[in-house]
Design a protein around this ligand. Structure first.
Ligand code: UDP
Length: 240
């Protein structure tokens, strides 16, 4: 992989949909294998990687509770469990690609995986292992974007890489507005002033307060994560 990265330790935030098949099937082994190869390339670049994955390919608490048959907190518990399933799938794919990975869940499930605690997570990262952080924040009414920023701050990451459907932050929705332009670099304050949606409000507020950079890039190119971090494909850096 050409290019050099300014980052040593990065938290990669994946939406649950990044693990699904194009037809929406929950977990798609070839997609997982491609993702694992991509992460392996970042390790080869010398980076330390933590991953937070969402659960939107299976369950979002707000959506299922809106139907009225389940309350929001219980729906969110189902969503958090979906993130554990996704995390175990990523761990499996990473191990198959020769990358040592361990899932740590904010929701204690000791017969299934380690419970998240900061010091052991730092220790795993220091040893070059990928930590896959499951269960979001462990609390309902939050999202995995917030979990990503929280863990990145706790684990002394240099940035959060938010892998999305588009290659950065645009002045308007590029799918709807052909005049929309992509920002290469923008500050937290400018993003707020221009009302740009980088992450949900709680997550972005925490990133701004923690002075944490967010890199927004597209999942769609091959080796996307490694390429974004190496600076060889377009993306947006949201900086303090
Ligand atoms: N969730 C939660 N607390 C958290 C993180 C996630 O309750 O700290 C639940 C919530 O129901 C959410 C679901 O898990 O909708 C899946 O996470 P998210 O929606 O962030 O997934 P993504 O959209 O990134 O796939």
């Amino acid at each position: 992989m050409p290019g050099s990265t300014p980052f040593r330790r990065v938290l990669v935030k994946l939406s649950g949909e990044a693990l699904a098949a194009p037809d929406g099937y929950w977990l798609h082994p070839p997609t997982l294998a491609g993702l694992a190869e991509d992460i392996a390339a970042t390790i080869e670049q010398g980076m330390e990687i933590a991953i937070v994955v969402g659960g939107g390919n299976m369950i979002r608490g707000a959506r299922i509770s809106a139907a009225g048959w389940i309350d929001r907190a219980t729906g969110d518990s189902l969503g958090m469990m979906a993130t554990v399933m996704n995390s175990l799938a990523i761990e499996t794919a990473l191990n198959a690609a020769g990358v040592q990975a361990r899932t740590m869940s904010a929701v204690s499930m000791p017969t299934i995986c380690e419970t998240y605690a900061r010091q052991p997570a730092l220790h795993h990262l220091d040893k070059g292992q990928v930590v896959v952080l499951a269960g979001g924040t462990g609390n309902p009414y939050f999202t995995t974007d917030t979990a990503a920023v929280l863990r990145a701050a706790e684990l002394r990451c240099d940035a959060v890489l938010k892998a999305t459907q588009v290659d950065g932050v645009y002045s308007a929705d590029p799918k709807k507005d052909p005049t929309a332009t992509r920002y290469d670099r923008i500050t937290h304050d400018e993003a707020i002033a221009r009302d740009l949606k980088v992450m949900d409000t709680a997550a972005f507020a925490l990133a701004r307060e923690s002075r944490l950079s967010i890199v927004v890039g597209s999942m769609h190119a091959p080796s996307s994560i490694a390429a974004i971090l190496a600076g060889t494909v377009p993306c947006t850096h949201v900086v303090p």
